[in-house]
Design a protein around this ligand. Structure first.
Ligand code: PMT
Length: 394
């Protein structure tokens, strides 16, 4: 269950957690065409759908002309609103690190990137500064007066950060100048699903040069539109809410939320929305004994090309790639050295600028996304060649 941190607390200390999920509900299966029709007919498209579709179409045309590969990266968590005029919502764990970091490496590898991301989650390039444990102002200092402009004040990057910042700035400017990065924010699971479908279809002209890198944390459960409360759910007036069973014991104290499974649309992406593209999904687990099994199950269920498994606890240092070609024989583990963060913090604290009392967070020397992207790009290249060899066209 990927329903994560909730903005409301529905748990009670004496709650029987084993019964929190109704196990009589049949296990998830891949969505088929009728499920797609039903979902997209019964739920409303987000207001930004047309605009994003038009911008994606333009972006695809531009890069098709330049014969570039395009990757659609999904990133960040999806929310499940409990009310139409949303005050409360359930959220899924994800800062957007995986997606934003990977986007930079894809750009370095020559891809154009459509970055479909949760609003206010991490973005490529600005991620180095925006969600840092430091305030971005800590990276800046007052510049000395410039000759001839004695009264003109200015700011500049602090000396110890300016080399890195300049390098990040140049890459960011290059991506902007060459129109290589299309940033499209979403918030809810519903927007995410509508947008994924529409954008995937707009990428159709790219054929096998289209890559889908699905790193967003997709909610498994949601409140269907017909059961959604219009206004803020009232804590003392539960009976008006269709979300709540008024006969349930303790009404007036508890909020009981009845969630439906989100249709598993990955199969529709593979079979119908982007049949020629290469599709890479992520699988998040917390129990290492089931990770590989779940990755293989996903491949079997959706027939896509690659599943990247990660554990919540070690996701920044280790992932496993499970391929559709031979999923049993070839899981490929990628690992980067894990620093002892406590010791590193002490070291960085001693290196900190004591005069200003500023302490800066430590960082890894290498990022696992660099290795992931190298592997994915290699496999994408091989797949494009296979498609060309088999069909004579991209
Ligand atoms: O952003 P960070 O903080 O860096 O964290 C990165 C991450 C851990 C979120 C990322 O690496 C990751 O694992 N993303 C996938 C999280 C997730 O949704 O895992 P899941 O196992 O609950 O579901 C994943 C799979 O379910 C999808 O890839 C897809 O196969 C399927 N699915 C899910 C929902 C849905 N509606 N349709 C689907 O097909």
């Amino acid at each position: 269950m990927s329903v994560g941190a909730s903005s409301i607390n529905t748990a009670h200390p004496s709650q029987d957690y084993a019964n929190a999920i109704d196990r009589n509900v049949p296990s998830f299966t891949a969505a088929e065409a009728p499920d797609e029709n039903s979902y997209f007919t019964n739920n409303l498209p987000p207001p930004e759908l047309e605009e994003y579709s038009a911008r994606t179409e333009e972006f695809v045309k531009h890069h098709f002309r330049h014969q570039r590969r395009i990757v659609l990266i999904t990133s960040g968590g999806t929310t499940v609103p409990l009310e139409n005029q949303t005050v409360r919502f359930i959220d899924n764990f994800s800062a957007g690190t995986r997606g934003a970091t990977s986007a930079e490496y894809f750009l370095e590898a020559g891809y154009a990137v459509i970055f479909l991301h949760r609003q206010f989650s991490l973005l490529p390039y600005s991620r180095h500064y925006s969600h840092s444990t430091n305030c971005f102002l800590d990276f800046l200092s007052e510049a000395p007066p410039i000759d001839g402009y004695a009264k003109k004040s200015a700011v500049m990057a602090r000396a110890e950060y300016s080399d890195t910042m300049l390098s990040v700035l140049r890459k960011y400017n290059h991506a902007k100048r060459e129109n290589l990065l299309l940033l499209l924010p979403f918030t809810t699971i519903n927007s995410y699903l509508f947008l994924l479908r529409a954008l995937a279809m707009k990428m159709e002209p790219m054929g096998s040069k289209a890559l889908f890198y699905l790193a967003a944390a997709v909610s498994d459960f949601f409140v269907p539109r017909e059961r959604m409360s219009e206004h803020k759910i009232q804590s003392g007036d539960f009976n008006e809410s269709q979300l709540v069973d008024p006969s349930a014991s303790g009404v007036g104290k508890k909020l009981i939320i009845d969630l439906d499974p989100v249709p598993k649309f990955l199969k529709r992406l593979v079979e119908s929305w982007a049949p020629k593209g290469m599709i890479v999904s992520f699988k998040l687990e917390t129990d290492e004994t089931i990770l590989l099994k779940k990755c293989r199950l996903a491949l079997k269920r959706y027939s896509h090309h690659l599943v990247i498994g990660n554990l919540l606890q070690t996701r920044k240092f280790q992932v496993v790639l499970v391929d559709s070609v031979d999923p049993v024989k070839q899981p490929r583990w990628l690992t980067v050295a894990q620093r002892d963060e406590h010791k590193e913090d002490e070291k960085s604290a001693s290196n900190a600028d004591e005069k200003n009392g500023v302490k800066f967070a430590t960082k890894q020397d290498s990022e696992i996304e660099e290795q992931i992207v190298i592997e994915v790009v290699r496999r994408h290249g091989a797949r494009i060649w296979d498609v060309v060899a088999a069909t004579g066209s991209l």
